[in-house]
Design a protein around this ligand. Structure first.
Ligand SMILES: Nc1nc2c(c(=O)[nH]1)N[C@H]1C(S)=C(S)[C@@H](COP(=O)(O)O)O[C@H]1N2
Ligand SMILES: [Mo]
Length: 440
């Protein structure tokens, strides 16, 4: 390695240690040490030079800087770095009998910002992912309309378009946690949610084209998958803000998310967001769905069921620290990071507690804070190394406060699977590892 390169590295290191005001004390010590060492002739701490893989570390020039990289045609469709193999959707094998009628989970702790990359969006299918040729796919609108219509994909794309960033959450998110803390990972306690930019045509535009008859009050939406999944949606919601979508995060919807067209029902439970949408029928009452009466209801302590709990109440979770993101530098500075969302609108505030809910601090919300979208929150924190309990609670623009698990159980018992939006508690252990716990 040429000496001028070495000098350059030394100058950088010295300059950094002289001018920066690091918040991270470990880093500060390293930089100061290096600066002193550089001045006295030895460039870096010997331990660093001997570290495994050190030939690619400063002051050496790494291998990849000495050769040409791959050309522009190597990957006509890009994929993540091979070093990010761990960032994938995961399922829980014992949860479902088959992989066709199943679910996997978004790796929330690995993500930054509010947009879920399309390839990492959790999938929930009742009969697997169909492979649909868009040229042979049609959307039918019929029932209580003046003009029944059949749309090709080209027809749908021709209409005035609209885009919106929206979360989508399966109401079974967190459902494994009703009776006690079970899944020791944020991916599994909260990963049945994703947030994408969705583009399509407002459903109200298509319904106006078909001419809604005055007696119509409900809409049936049906998918083209093997389950021919159907859901009943009140017409008022259909006309309010639903979108018939053909694009997700700027490109055509992924097969797993409903290619070539899906219904987005902002803020409402995941199952009404029918994928592979083929039919919309208007009627004067809801249709009977086995799933809606037996599964998508919340069984209450008295044995009665809460029906048509369509809107997803406010929820939040700390994604760092969490079981997958331990405190690996010992005591000192960490940024607490997390996500909050509400099907009722915008997140107004997120509070964070680092002492099991005795004291709460207001987190910073990353702009833009969008209605019915994931909202990123952050709070600087200095960990004293003692075991502690970390929690977040979301408050939405309606004033709704995310309940504690105690409050939610008092209201709903433990027989539900659905709509478990209680505050999550992570226990930080003295060695920095983190576990899923419930405090009652
Ligand atoms: N046609 C069809 N639509 C469907 C489903 C399905 O199995 N078939 N699953 C529903 C359920 S239960 C959920 S939670 C969401 C999941 O959407 P995602 O796979 O994009 O995450 O899709 C909904 N739409
Ligand atoms: Mo779902």
């Amino acid at each position: 390695m040429a000496t001028h390169d070495r000098n350059e590295v030394a100058r950088h290191v010295a300059a950094m240690s002289a001018t920066s005001q690091p918040v991270l004390s470990a880093r500060r010590r390293l930089l100061m040490g290096a600066g002193v060492a550089a001045a006295s002739g030895a460039l870096l701490h010997p331990k660093l030079a001997l570290a495994k893989g050190s030939e690619n570390l400063p002051p050496n020039v790494p291998d990849w800087t000495r050769s040409l990289g791959t050309g522009v045609n190597e990957k006509p469709y890009g994929v993540p770095s091979s070093f990010e193999k761990n960032v994938v959707r995961r399922n829980v094998e014992w949860l479902t009998a088959t992989e066709q009628s199943s679910v996997n989970f978004t790796p929330l702790p690995e993500l930054d910002g509010i947009i879920t990359p399309s390839g990492l969006c959790f999938e929930r299918h009742h009969a697997g992912v169909p492979e649909i040729d868009p040229a042979q796919h049609r959307l039918v609108i019929h029932g209580m309309v003046a003009r029944p219509l059949i749309f090709t994909m080209d027809d749908l794309v021709r209409f005035p378009s609209t885009s919106r960033i929206l979360f989508l959450e399966c109401p079974a998110n967190g459902g494994m946690e009703w009776k006690g803390a079970q899944m020791d990972g944020c991916q599994f306690t909260h990963g049945m949610v994703h947030c994408c930019e969705w583009t399509g045509v407002a459903l109200s535009t298509l319904l106006a084209e078909a001419g809604v008859l005055p007696e119509a009050k409900w809409m049936l939406a049906e998918g083209a998958d093997g389950a021919a999944m159907t859901r009943s949606i009140p017409l008022a919601k259909a006309l309010d803000d639903c979108i018939v979508c053909y694009a997700q995060n700027g490109e055509r919807i992924r097969p797993e998310q409903g290619y070539p067209v899906r219904l987005m029902v902002p803020g409402w439970e995941g199952n009404v967001n029918v994928k592979w949408l083929r039919r919309l029928k208007l009627g004067d009452r809801p249709w009977h769905h086995r799933e809606e009466t037996s599964k998508y209801t919340d069984l209450m302590p008295d044995g009665k069921a809460r029906q048509f709990t369509f809107t997803m109440d406010a929820n939040s979770v700390v994604t760092a620290p969490c079981p997958e993101k331990p405190l690996k530098f010992g005591k000192g500075f960490y940024e607490i990071r997390g996500l909050a969302w509400s099907g009722h609108g915008r997140i107004k505030r997120v509070d964070v507690s680092v002492d099991g809910g005795n004291n709460w601090q207001t987190a910073v919300l990353q702009e833009p804070v969008l209605s019915k979208a994931l909202t990123r929150f952050r709070l600087p924190w200095t960990w004293d190394g003692a075991p502690t309990l970390v929690q977040s609670r979301a408050i939405d623009e309606t004033g709704y406060v995310q309940p504690t698990i105690e409050q939610l159980r008092a209201a709903r018992g433990v027989n539900s699977i659905y709509h478990k939006n209680a505050q999550q508690t992570w226990r930080v252990n003295p060695d920095g590892t983190v576990n899923n716990v419930q405090i009652l």
